[in-house]
Design a protein. Structure first.
Length: 276
C-alpha cells in the first residue's frame, strides 16, 4: 500500500517547478520577469502557481489584473510567468537567500480552477470552479472561501494546510506527511481519501466515503455518509452520523490453537501365571 501511495505523490515532487543550476526556482522552465514586463495579452489564466514565501489573494472580477504591495525589497524580487493559462509567481534570488519581508500579490480573474503552492506562502481565493485542483508542497496555507465544482482534487505533501467551504460532487484527497485539509464547511457528494503519515482531514458528506490511511492520520466526516476504511497504523475514519466499516492491516493476530491433550498411557499387561 505504501508503494501505491508514494507513487501517486510523484507529480507533486515535480510540481511544474524546477530548480535552476544556481539554486533559483523557476516555473514551467521560466525564470519569470518583473510585473512591468509581463505580457498579459494572451489567454486569461485559470491556474495560479505560487513558489515562495509571499501572499497571493485571488478575487473574482471581469478583467484580469495584477497588483503588488508590501516590503520594497520583496517586491523587487517578485517575478511572474504567464503561459498556457497558468500564472506563476515567484522570487528572483542569488540561490543563497531572498530578501527579508513579504509581498502581497492581488490577482483579479473571471475564473479560477487550479491553485498550486510550493513553499511557506499563502494563497487565498474567493472561489474555485469547474474541475478544481489544489496542490500544496511545503508548509504553506491555501484557502478557498467558496468551492462550487463538479470535482475537487486536493494533494498535500508536507505540513501545509488547506481550508475550504462550499460544495463539490466528488472529492479526491491525498495527504503525504503532516498536512491538514480543514474543510468542515465543504459538502461533498462522494469522496476518496488517501493519507500516508500524520495528516488529518475533515469535511461533510451524505454520500460514500472511502479512505486508505497509513500512519496516524485521522479523517472526520460529518453527515450521514456511508464510510469504508482500510488502515495500517493508528489512523482513524470517523463518520459522525453515518455507517462505517473497515479493515485494519495491523490487527492483532488470532490466538494460537491450544495444544491437544496428550494420549493417556496404555494400561500395563497383567502378569502371566507361572508355569507348573
Amino acid at each position: 500500500m505504501l508503494h501505491k501511495i508514494l507513487k501517486s505523490m510523484v507529480p507533486i515532487a515535480a510540481m511544474i517547478l524546477a530548480s535552476g543550476c544556481n539554486g533559483t526556482i523557476n516555473i514551467g522552465g521560466s525564470d519569470g520577469v518583473p510585473l512591468s514586463e509581463l505580457d498579459t495579452t494572451g489567454k486569461t489564466p485559470v491556474e495560479v502557481v505560487l513558489a515562495g514565501p509571499d501572499d497571493v489573494v485571488v478575487a473574482r472580477g471581469d478583467t484580469f489584473d495584477i497588483s503588488v504591495s508590501g516590503d520594497d525589497a520583496a517586491i523587487d524580487e517578485l517575478r511572474f510567468t504567464l503561459d498556457d493559462e497558468t500564472l506563476g509567481i515567484m522570487r528572483e534570488s542569488d540561490g543563497l537567500r531572498s530578501a527579508d519581508g513579504k509581498a502581497t500579490v492581488r490577482v483579479t480573474l473571471p475564473r479560477v480552477e487550479k491553485l498550486v503552492l510550493a513553499g511557506s506562502g499563502t494563497i487565498e481565493a474567493d472561489m474555485l470552479d469547474g474541475d478544481a485542483e489544489v496542490t500544496i508542497a511545503g508548509s504553506g496555507t491555501a484557502r478557498t472561501a467558496r468551492v462550487d465544482a463538479g470535482t475537487l482534487n486536493v494533494t498535500i505533501a508536507g505540513s501545509g494546510t488547506y481550508h475550504a467551504a462550499g460544495r463539490v460532487d466528488s472529492l479526491e484527497l491525498k495527504v503525504a506527511g503532516s498536512g491538514k485539509a480543514e474543510m468542515d464547511g465543504l459538502q461533498v457528494g462522494n469522496a476518496e481519501i488517501t493519507i500516508a503519515g500524520a495528516g488529518d482531514a475533515a469535511f461533510a458528506s451524505d454520500g460514500t466515503v472511502e479512505a486508505t490511511i497509513m500512519g496516524s492520520g485521522d479523517v472526520t466526516v460529518s453527515g450521514s455518509a456511508r464510510c469504508t476504511v482500510n488502515t495500517m497504523g493508528s489512523g482513524t475514519l470517523t463518520c459522525k452520523n453515518g455507517n462505517a466499516a473497515g479493515t485494519a492491516d495491523n490487527a492483532a493476530p488470532s490466538p494460537p490453537e491450544p495444544p491437544a491433550a496428550p494420549e493417556p498411557p496404555a494400561a500395563p499387561e497383567p502378569p502371566q501365571a507361572p508355569q507348573t
